[in-house]
Design a protein around this ligand. Structure first.
Ligand SMILES: *[C@@H]1O[C@H](CO)[C@@H](O)[C@H](O)[C@H]1NC(C)=O
Ligand SMILES: *[C@@H]1O[C@H](CO)[C@@H](O)[C@H](O)[C@H]1NC(C)=O
Ligand SMILES: *[C@@H]1O[C@H](CO)[C@@H](O)[C@H](O)[C@H]1NC(C)=O
Ligand SMILES: *[C@@H]1O[C@H](CO)[C@@H](O)[C@H](O)[C@H]1NC(C)=O
Length: 618
């Protein structure tokens, strides 16, 4: 891959040659595949602007500060570094959960952009982690252990005396996943060595526990342990990792989901979603339909009965009763990590059933309306909010402590959502296109370039979507294959032209339009997805609703005015300001209000949900 990319002038790497390492296990039950992340890149857009900001943070952050807790715990010198604050402070129970996210984000930036600064940060970080792991005897830890907190935390977890809020498997899942990504995206063999030694430590430790003991261990949040161990199996083909993954099958969560029961009410939301991704990975490893049913049913419950208009879920990090939406519009709605994980789950499910357009309808909704605007565009380090407030008068970056919505900081936050945020903003390109034996799926309308290596085809997508309703796909290279274009459920009257000629193909909303063709280099496909204003009622009260234009959720701009309730909006008054763009205006609480994209709502108080009356102008 490196050779090919260098030919195209995309890579400027000068260091040791490394390459992506493909998994060895063939997945069961899949009929579409994602492209390797180095085959798709973004071109200029809001998505790329987000990526740029996160990239500058990834290159700025002091890695000695990130190594501090690892070195301290493994009895090595902290090299004069200053300790971090927030969730990476030396006394924070699950310190060093953040570093694995950095490893993943650096690896993604190298794989996608050929960014050698990120590659070198990842590989030198791993080289320091090896030193920590190699000092385990002196530190009194078993072989393979690697963390910023002592191994005895796991003994306490197993003997039921853990009491400081630690979630030790949650934290080490991130380290394992980061090491795996440095191995598979950069080809760093040190990362493989540390990873397998650490995974071996997990296997040894958990193999000693009975089934019942293991189920008790899983009453404490454990991230995606089943996911990462199944991924190590996919990567290496060694069945022992699959056996270890299956020890993390949490029966209390899996069994009701397998029989299609929504028992999510009251559960900590982000504790569950990674387990479902793990179930999908275990299905692809085993073909066992129970795993598929768990993942599919969990997704459907969460999307249909527990998600807000912006695609986020949870209030105060918890699920509530199915369809309880209008009664939970508070400052601490829509935790960022949950949506990051739901997007990962959506990708997994799509590849099992790529004719079902609801998967990417959701992906688009949550990516544009939750993830994109979660990052602060006003500063250049890509800081994010933990929750996205849906409280009337909510304000990104303002609010009580980490709970309400302050922006993350360089060294004193390190919240879970900052970790998933640096991953999200360095993989904005990873789900735009998928492929199967005979087709290319165009799932997202994002300015990008696809290098479809296997067919020697390049696709260049240009658009200002969702600000405009049209996207253009230029095909460079020939061959016969079908372009399957997602026709979102929110559109009607979609049209597709090739080189200016309207194609007579079915463009039913909520399905894929199939454009089968022998392509000539330079063919231009124009997809027009007409947008209109629509109302998204809360599941539990039709009088409480959000507004959207096409895929974009809109909000009222309330400046510095505080609100005590959802503003009363007369739908008949809502009008687009001009014929293009996403600026609207209306009358709410008897006063004029400007209405615009929620992803652009930073720096002012906003209202996403309204108490609506009347109906939208035709
Ligand atoms: C992102 O950064 C690249 C490299 O510096 C620059 O060429 C591009 O214009 C930037 N794009 C956006 C949208 O900020
Ligand atoms: C549980 O494990 C911790 C850490 O090893 C130990 O200090 C504690 O004594 C153990 N408690 C019980 C009840 O076994
Ligand atoms: C919600 O956040 C706003 C700032 O956006 C703050 O003024 C308000 O006090 C918060 N409300 C609660 C209940 O914490
Ligand atoms: C539904 O929302 C409207 C508008 O806020 C409110 O007046 C009404 O009481 C709510 N209905 C119920 C059943 O809660």
């Amino acid at each position: 891959m490196r050779f090919f990319a260098t030919l195209l002038g995309l890579c400027v790497a000068t260091g040791p040659v490394a390459a992506q390492v493909a998994p060895v296990v063939t997945e069961s039950g899949v009929s579409a595949h994602p492209f390797d992340i180095n085959q798709v890149s973004l071109t200029s857009s809001r998505f790329m602007a987000n990526q740029n900001r996160t990239l500058s943070y990834l290159k700025f952050v002091d890695t000695n500060r990130l190594l501090y807790n690892f070195r301290l715990n493994h009895k090595l010198s902290t090299s004069g570094a200053i300790a971090n604050g927030g969730w990476d402070a030396p006394d924070f129970p699950f310190r060093t959960h953040m570093q694995g996210h950095f490893l993943t984000a650096w690896a993604q930036c190298y794989a996608q952009l050929g960014d050698t600064v990120c590659r070198d940060r990842a590989t030198s970080f791993v080289a320091e982690l090896i030193k920590c792991q190699n000092n385990n005897k002196a530190a009194g830890f078993a072989t393979g252990y690697l963390s910023g907190f002592p191994e005895s935390e796991f003994a306490k977890l197993e003997n039921g005396t853990l009491s400081n809020g630690n979630v030790p498997y949650y934290a080490i899942h991130k380290t394992l996943a980061g090491l795996l990504d440095v191995y598979r995206w950069i080809g760093d063999t040190n990362a493989k060595t540390v990873l397998l030694a650490f995974a071996g430590w997990v296997d040894t430790r958990t193999s000693k526990l009975s089934y019942d003991q293991m189920q008790k261990v899983m009453q404490t949040e454990f991230g995606g342990m089943n996911e990462v161990l199944a991924d190590i199996y996919h990567q290496t083909g060694d069945k022992k990792w699959l056996t270890a993954a299956q020890r993390f099958d949490h029966a209390a969560i899996f069994d009701p989901l397998a029989s299609n029961q929504d028992t999510l009410d009251g559960l900590h939301a982000n504790t569950q979603v990674p387990k479902w991704i793990g179930a999908a990975r275990e299905f692809k490893a085993t073909g066992t339909s129970k795993y598929r049913d768990i993942a599919k049913n969990a997704w459907a419950f969460t999307v249909n009965a527990h998600s807000y208009a912006i695609g986020g879920n949870s209030q105060a990090e918890h699920f509530h009763a199915p369809n309880a939406i209008s009664t939970w519009l508070t400052n601490d709605t829509a935790e960022g990590c949950n949506t990051y994980n739901m997007l990962k789950l959506t990708r997994e499910l799509f590849t099992m059933n790529p004719t079902d357009a609801t998967y990417f309808d959701f992906y688009e909704r949550a990516l544009i309306n939750h993830m994109l605007g979660q990052q602060n565009p006003a500063t250049d380090h890509g800081h994010i909010t933990y929750f996205t407030s849906l409280n009337p008068g909510g304000h990104r970056g303002l609010g009580p402590a980490w709970g309400g919505g302050t922006w993350s900081t360089d060294y004193d936050s390190h919240w879970c959502c900052q970790g998933t945020g640096i991953e999200t903003n360095t993989k904005m390109q990873d789900s735009i296109y998928f492929y199967d034996d005979s087709s290319l799926y165009v799932n997202l309308f994002t300015p990008s370039k696809l290098n479809w290596k296997a067919r020697s085809v390049t696709i260049i997508q240009s658009t200002t979507f969702p600000a405009s309703d049209t996207t253009s796909l230029t095909v460079i290279g020939g061959d016969s294959w079908a372009m399957k274009i997602r026709i979102p459920s929110w559109t009607s009257g979609a049209t597709i032209t090739v080189n200016g000629v309207t194609q007579s193909i079915t463009t039913t909303p909520g399905s894929y339009a199939t454009l089968s063709r022998t392509w000539a280099s330079g063919d231009v496909v124009i997809v027009k997805l007409p947008m209109k204003l629509r109302v998204i009622p809360a599941n539990d009260n039709k009088s409480v609703a959000a507004l959207a234009f096409g895929p974009t959720v809109l909000c009222g701009d309330y400046g510095s005015t505080t609100l005590s309730a959802n503003p009363k909006l007369d739908l008949n008054t809502v009008k687009r300001s001009g014929t293009t763009g996403l600026a609207f205006a209306g009358t709410a609480d008897g006063k004029p209000v400007n209405i615009g994209p929620f992803y652009d709502a930073q720096g002012f108080n906003y209202a996403v949900y309204w108490a609506v009356s009347g109906s939208l102008p035709a």
